[in-house]
Design a protein around this ligand. Structure first.
Ligand SMILES: Nc1nc2c(c(=O)[nH]1)N[C@H]1C(S)=C(S)[C@@H](COP(=O)(O)O)O[C@H]1N2
Ligand SMILES: [Mo]
Length: 507
């Protein structure tokens, strides 16, 4: 065998593996520590959260467009892949210079510490998981790289190295699993199960017969199918017994209410269709649920906002904020502090124990989940979370419509085809939906009954379909007489516009 001053290639590969294994055991143990210091302090989640907070609106939009509501999984996967690449590089670096490798570990530790400490409400303990990860990574790296370089293939050093690296990686995975398990035991699942929802003061609205058109999406969206959009990588776990809502700022009468006090307030139940501003034309970031809650207006009346306070800022337990016009919340519409969704307590991802629901506004300016604070202020004085990220301060829902059947690209036999879908202009209401086949004149569709103007409405059209390739377009008109514009606009800054169009073949 020839000797060389350069490390042989095989030890370079082993050093890379050593780096990845050291990172694995470090990050895994950090997950165990984070089970005690809080999920937001996990270096993986904290770094992911910083990425979420720093991406501009259009990038967030792209992520939602590509990954849909799996954007969070994609983010964490991406973070893990990047970390593995970085760790391999640090391992290889360790062959040349242990000091530089230590610097690499220190940098990684510092990123974790800073990310965790800058999370909302983070105490000094939030740094602990990252610090533990850094120390463990350095020790494991030293141990493994030593074994990687002295792994002479003629003795069983290589085998010993692989076993050591395998043990480290397995310990990392085990740490991850144990950490997740410990975290899940601190979840508020049991507290949620124990909640008994109060009865509404008025009768529950009934869905009129015929509201559901065959082939269209469900008129009432099940909680399981309801879209979920938020910035939270691990939803806040709030025990109702400790929950409080503070109403303060530009008010004459600041007040704080507990969960018990909230449940004693008059409750109403209302169907309200919630929509996300990121919804593309034809998209499915929209759902209709039965919400149980207490009117926001009465609470605001008690707090007595000052006349200049034109913005109500809602703040969630994890520091997210949204700004709602005070005038909208006091104009008599059924804006709710909701505790129930479809007859059950809110689920944790949908805001347990309390969230806001406001008919007629996009979620990002109104539907604060895990709400703990309401501050009266002015639009001129405070920008809520999405505003500096490129979204409009005010977000009334734009009139929209969607073709649910047939699907784009469908093939059908000739004869009568039922074209059906949904249309929405929450709180204003839909007066007309029209369908256009190819370049023919717009024809009125049949509108199904809806519970109220606060929900979407279903529509249908019986189409005598001749053979050939066809294009179907839909547009809706609201009670203000406004017909949807044909001009396409992206979701940012204040909601997508354009006509939903599907192409199909009749043969
Ligand atoms: N705390 C908190 N509340 C939030 C958000 C968030 O990121 N954090 N996102 C808002 C947005 S953009 C929308 S569209 C709705 C979605 O509510 P859902 O996930 O229950 O459908 O929640 C709103 N409330
Ligand atoms: Mo949204």
């Amino acid at each position: 065998m020839t000797s060389s001053t350069h490390p042989p290639r095989s030890s370079t590969v082993r050093a890379g593996l050593a780096g990845v294994a050291a990172a694995a055991v470090a990050v895994g143990l950090a997950e165990v520590v984070a089970a005690f210091t809080g999920p937001q302090s996990s270096p993986l989640l904290a770094v992911g959260a910083v990425v979420v907070d720093t991406v501009p609106g259009p990038v967030k939009d792209l992520a939602i467009a590509v990954f849909g509501t799996h954007d969070k999984t994609a983010l964490i996967t991406g973070t893990v892949v990047l970390l593995a690449g970085y760790a391999a590089a640090v391992g290889i670096l360790a062959l040349r210079s242990w000091r530089l490798a230590l610097g690499g570990v220190a940098l990684f530790t510092a990123i974790g510490v800073v990310a965790a400490l800058t999370r909302h409400d983070a105490g000094p303990a939030a740094a602990l998981p990252s610090v533990v990860a850094g120390v463990v990574a350095a020790a494991a790296l030293r141990y493994l790289v030593d074994r990687a370089t002295f792994a002479d293939p003629v003795d069983d050093g290589r085998r010993r190295f692989l076993i050591a690296a395998g043990v480290a990686a397995a310990a990392g995975v085990a740490g991850g699993v144990v950490g997740r398990y410990l975290t899940s035991r601190r979840a508020v699942t049991a507290a949620r199960k124990a909640v008994v929802l109060p009865q509404p003061a008025q009768a529950v609205p009934t869905v009129p017969p015929g509201a559901q058109v065959e082939g269209a999406t469900a008129y009432v969206t099940s909680t399981r199918d309801f879209y979920r959009i938020d910035t939270s990588l691990y939803p806040p776990q709030i025990d109702p017994s400790t929950w409080q809502l503070r109403i303060h700022g530009m008010v004459r009468n600041p007040l704080t209410i507990t969960w018990e006090q909230l449940l004693q307030r008059p409750m109403i139940s209302r169907y309200v269709t919630l929509a996300c501003v990121s919804n593309e034309v034809g998209g499915d970031l929209i759902g209709n649920a039965l919400w149980l809650g207490t009117p926001v207006q009465a609470l605001l009346d008690e707090a007595q906002p000052l006349p200049e306070a034109d913005q109500v800022v809602s703040r969630s337990a994890d520091g997210w904020t949204c700004g709602t016009p005070t005038s909208v919340l006091r104009d008599g519409r059924d804006a709710l502090l909701a505790v129930g969704m479809n007859g059950r307590p809110l689920t944790v991802p949908h805001g347990f124990p309390v969230r806001m629901v406001v008919p007629g506004l996009y979620g990002y300016v109104s539907a604060c989940k895990w709400i703990t604070e309401i501050e009266l202020t002015r639009f001129a004085d405070f920008d809520a979370y999405w505003v500096p990220r490129g979204w409009a301060a005010r977000g009334p829902i734009k009139t929209q419509s969607r073709i649910d059947t047939p699907r784009d690209g469908a093939r059908r036999g000739p004869g009568t085809v039922t074209v059906a879908g949904v249309a929405w202009a929450q709180h204003r209401g839909i007066t007309k939906v029209e369908l256009q086949v190819d370049d023919q004149p717009w024809a009125p569709a049949t509108l199904a009954p809806a519970v109220s103007a606060d929900t979407w409405v279903q529509w249908s059209y019986q189409w005598q379909a001749p053979p050939g390739d066809h294009t179907l377009r839909v547009r809706a008109t609201d009670t203000d007489g406004q017909t949807q514009t044909s001009t396409p606009a992206p979701p940012a800054p204040d909601g997508a516009t354009g006509w939903h169009t599907v192409q199909l073949t009749i043969d």
